[in-house]
Structures are given as structure tokens and as C-alpha cells.
Write a protein that binds this ligand. Structure first.
Ligand code: NAD
Length: 267
């Protein structure tokens, strides 16, 4: 696979997205980090830039149409193309069906689902335009093009007090399938990754609380909370030619949680 692929990672300033950015820069890809967090985004781009290649940070709110259009205008002017999208930005908000505020519901929907759609739509149009003008069948055969949506085990299991979040991840899995069907004839593969519990800011409140952490581990047969790089490796695989026959799937990396009914036996 060509090394010079251009890779966009939303929510790439921290956590899983940052680990993905590190993986792709390690492969000498050209990386764009799009994130709301200007300080963390600039720091990430600075840390990951090499003498040969600069990582581009673009301030972007994925839920905002103009912000997403501006992001793609910058990608086109800086690199002229896009090969891989890691659609990763996501947020949580506590609340169940009796307690969730509408503002919180809209906020989570806006970033996790509307934002994923807005970015994927621009990316898909850009990729299709490239494929149609380049008429470069080699790229298609080599699975040059890939979109990876960051889903969750919560796409298929539920946390009562994360009603909005689990709803978005279920929706994202369906969006993955529908996109995969439309883009398959172009050779663009669309997949999702479904992490269990990963050591990032989103999980901090839970991971820092010993009782809550014990509850997570009681539902994690592999016995540890994942590091972000354990998820980034799967993203890298799904973007690679080794995954050339995979599309429309969600690959779960959950330490065994989905296989487990009840809890892990205490050690
Ligand atoms: P994180 O909080 O470390 O990173 C999320 C990033 O998204 C941050 O850099 C944040 O600034 C950015 N972001 C938030 N709103 C944005 C917006 N409107 N526009 C652009 N960027 C925005 O969390 P993380 O754990 O790395 O989460 C990344 C993805 O992984 C999310 O989609 C999350 O749902 C998913 N996920 C995480 C876990 C976990 O346990 N950490 C498990 C399953 C799925």
C-alpha cells in the first residue's frame, strides 16, 4: 500500500484518536487532526510532526456544517486528497429515560451521530471524486480508501444512564453498513471498531474510582482496561490492505465482554 496516504482523524487531539494519529504518522502517512480542543490539538500536531512531514491540526466542531466544510477546504488546499477517515470524535452525557435533559441528548446526538454523518459525507464525496477523476484501479484493488467509524460495545449492549450515547453508537453501526453498501462499488471500505473500556478522558471518572473500576474488570475477561494503542492497532488494520475484503463490519475489541454472560470469577 502506498505510504503517502492522507488520513483524517476527528477527535485526534487526545485518547484513541491521538493513538491512531501516532500509528499513521509511524507509517509515514500525512495526518490531519481535527478537534475542538485547540491546545491539545496543536500540542499533538507538534509532537507528531517530523522533519519530513508536518501533522496538520485543524480546529473543527464536527457537529457544525460550516466547520466541517472549512476542514475539508483546508485538507484540499494542503494535500489535495483524502484516503482514510477515522471518524472518532465522541462525547458522553449522563441520563436515563427518566432523567436525561433534552440539551444533553441533542449535544451527544449532534457530535456522535450528526457529526459522524457530516464528516463521513464530505469524506465520501471527496474520495469518490478522486476515484472518478484518477481512474486509478490499482488504488481500488489495494484498498487505498477506508472509512473507520469509532463505535462501542454500547452499540449492542446498553447502559441505562447513558441513553443518548448508546443510541448514537447503535445508529453509527447502521450508518457504517449503509455507507459500506453505497461505497463498495468504488472500492471504499467502511467499517467500525467497537471498543470496550479504554483508558482515556471519557472513562476517567470511572477508571479513577476503585469500586467502579472493579465493576468494569468484573465484566472484562482479559482483566485490564485497554490502552488507546490497543484500539489504534485495529483501526490501522482496518485501513490496511490486509483488511481488503472486510466492509460493513464492526470489529469489537472489548477484552471479551460481549462473550461474557454475568461476571468474571474473582481471582
Ligand atoms: P477522549 O475524550 O479522550 O477523546 C475525544 C476527542 O474528541 C477529544 O480530543 C475531544 O476534544 C474531541 N471532540 C469532542 N467533541 C468534539 C467535536 N464536536 N468536534 C471535534 N472533536 C471533538 O475520548 P476517547 O475515549 O478517545 O473517545 C474517542 C472515541 O472512542 C469516541 O467516539 C468514544 O465514544 C469511543 N469509545 C471510547 C471508549 C472508552 O472507553 N474510552 C469506549 C468505546 C468507544
Amino acid at each position: 500500500m502506498a505510504n503517502e496516504r492522507v488520513v483524517l482523524i476527528t477527535g485526534g487531539a487526545k485518547g484513541i484518536g491521538l493513538a491512531c494519529a501516532r500509528r499513521f504518522t509511524g507509517q509515514k502517512a500525512k495526518v490531519i487532526i481535527a478537534d475542538m480542543d485547540e491546545i491539545a490539538g496543536n500540542a499533538a500536531a507538534h509532537d507528531l510532526s517530523t522533519e519530513a512531514d508536518a501533522v496538520l491540526f485543524v480546529h473543527c466542531d464536527v457537529s457544525d456544517l460550516l466547520s466541517v466544510r472549512n476542514l475539508f477546504a483546508q485538507i484540499r488546499s494542503s494535500f489535495g486528497r483524502l484516503d482514510v477517515l477515522v471518524n472518532n470524535a465522541g462525547v458522553v452525557a449522563a441520563g436515563n429515560i427518566l432523567s436525561l435533559e433534552l440539551d444533553d441528548y441533542d449535544h451527544v446526538m449532534g457530535i456522535n451521530l450528526r457529526g459522524s454523518f457530516l464528516v463521513a459525507r464530505e469524506a465520501a464525496k471527496q474520495m469518490v471524486a478522486q476515484i472518478e477523476t484518477e481512474q486509478d484501479s490499482n488504488r481500488t484493488y489495494l484498498s487505498q480508501y477506508a472509512i473507520i467509524n469509532m463505535s462501542s460495545v454500547n452499540a449492542v449492549m446498553a447502559i441505562a444512564d447513558q441513553l443518548a450515547y448508546v443510541t448514537t453508537k447503535g445508529g453509527l453501526n447502521q450508518m457504517t453498513k449503509a455507507m459500506a453498501l453505497t461505497l463498495a462499488p468504488y472500492g471504499i471500505r467502511v467499517n467500525a471498531v467497537g471498543p470496550g473500556s479504554v483508558n482515556t478522558d471519557i472513562l476517567k471518572a470511572v477508571a479513577d474510582n476503585p469500586d467502579a473500576k472493579q465493576k468494569i474488570l468484573s465484566r472484562t475477561p482479559l482483566g485490564h482496561i485497554a490502552e488507546p494503542d490497543e484500539i489504534a492497532g485495529i483501526v490501522q488494520f482496518l485501513a490496511s490492505a490486509d483488511a481488503s475484503y472486510i466492509t460493513g463490519q464492526c470489529l469489537y475489541a472489548d477484552g471479551g465482554r460481549l462473550a461474557l454472560n454475568y461476571t468474571v470469577e474473582p481471582a
